[in-house]
Design a protein around this ligand. Sequence first.
Ligand SMILES: Cc1cc2nc3c(=O)[nH]c(=O)nc-3n(C[C@H](O)[C@H](O)[C@H](O)COP(=O)(O)OP(=O)(O)OC[C@H]3O[C@@H](n4cnc5c(N)ncnc54)[C@H](O)[C@@H]3O)c2cc1C
Length: 468
Amino acid sequence: MTSNESLPVAVVGAGPVGLAAAARLVVRGIEPLILERGASVGAALLEWGHVRVFSPWKYNIDDAARNLLDATGWAAPVPDHLPTGREIVEDYLLPLSGVPAIARGLRLGASVTAVARSGFDKVSSIGRDERPFVVRYSNGDGEHDAIVRAVIDASGTWGQPNPMGANGLPVRGERFSDRVSYGIPDVAGTRRADFIGKRTLVVGSGHSAINVALALMELQETDPRTEIFWALRHHGVDRLLGGGLNDQLPERGALGLAAKRAIVDGHLNMLTSFSVQGLTSEDGRVSIEAQAGGKPLRLGVDQVVVVTGFRPDFAFLRELRIEVDPAVEAPPALAPLIDPNLHSCGTVPPHGVEELGHPEKDFYIVGSKSYGRAPTFLMKTGYEQVRSVVAEIAGDHASARSVELVLPETGVCSAVVGSAPSGGCCGGPAPAAVDACCAADAVAKSAGKSGCGCPPSGGQSERVSEGV
Ligand SMILES: Cc1cc2nc3c(=O)[nH]c(=O)nc-3n(C[C@H](O)[C@H](O)[C@H](O)COP(=O)(O)OP(=O)(O)OC[C@H]3O[C@@H](n4cnc5c(N)ncnc54)[C@H](O)[C@@H]3O)c2cc1C
């Protein structure tokens, strides 16, 4: 054993993937040091605790975590039940964080502010790989440095919502308006008073945007004065809502179908090919200056909800040698597998340590942060990632490289028809129809079948939708 091997492994973030990494470390006999910025494990999930997820419990629990929990007499949730974000925390992550070997290494309220190689700045190379890491974190007691043998960054992307601008920048006035919310505010619950009987603009095109729009419709039933404008950057909604019955995660497909019905019934005002230039405050409302459908638009609203996805925070990794794809901001070997420009249905082969490595040895970004700006991450993907990464850290290279994962298929596509090069979808040619996830799927559908489900070109594969 080298001196580093007696050190703990730092896990940044105690979300589902960070805690799964901790469970894997414990099973391998390695001490985890889990640093979580929030006051609770699953802090990000608690912020969208009111949202019911579309994958049932059987996909949301890591195998190593389950084994640790089973040994405590844990009452496992019903496998086919769809939990809310809060239930995932209360019924799974909190009990897991109470497992003694995990509890011992868990630091809540500990925000990681920097990671570096101990004694080596970014430029110093000779002997670098043998040095341990220093992880700097702040908590109520001040600033601390922990010395660890490896770092697994599972800090997610929830804290970095994308702004409203189509160019990736906040539009004029966006940052100064208290009428703009990000993420998935609880519009029908804790924030009800801000939204009932009011006019809201929802900007975004993922499942989270559908969620917000549907929650606003609940308010509309109580108070018909509640008005909903839903703005998309795309020119149409077919692809967004296309999963429907084809999605093997029925709740995810049902969301699309419910939104489709609402549009047909006139409960949602759709604005397509939408881009905002600026916001101004006028008489207690927000005045939106935008383009929609190729025409200038001025719209006065009471609230704006921006649901345009998230981006990773690399600031605290400044002293590490990390490498990410310039567009997707995922590790270069992973990026082409999840790039929404190339993969119309987000088909992703199973992946692990080979795809997740960085030039900085023993440093890994996992979980939703590993997907960078791609919106298609699922917990089960992250569980396989950390199984592989922890095996590698433990020196079990064969297990680290034997990655496998099967996820339910989806009929949802997210790329512009015909934009994907051959091989971009399901290992086959580009999609040929708006509701297809690959050409083979389109052919099956045009023959009146439910679709081919885009069978993998070889081995197992996972399929994900346009995401959240
Ligand atoms: C509304 C919504 C619905 C979703 N539904 C599904 C679904 O049905 N099925 C599915 O599989 N996936 C779903 N996802 C996607 C994904 O699985 C979740 O986002 C999941 O929470 C990702 O887990 P994670 O551990 O990677 O990151 P997170 O859950 O975001 O956890 C990251 C943790 O790191 C902490 N942190 C951040 N920065 C620091 C720092 N500097 N120092 C210390 N701690 C830090 C955060 O506080 C947080 O607790 C959904 C996501 C959203 C937003």
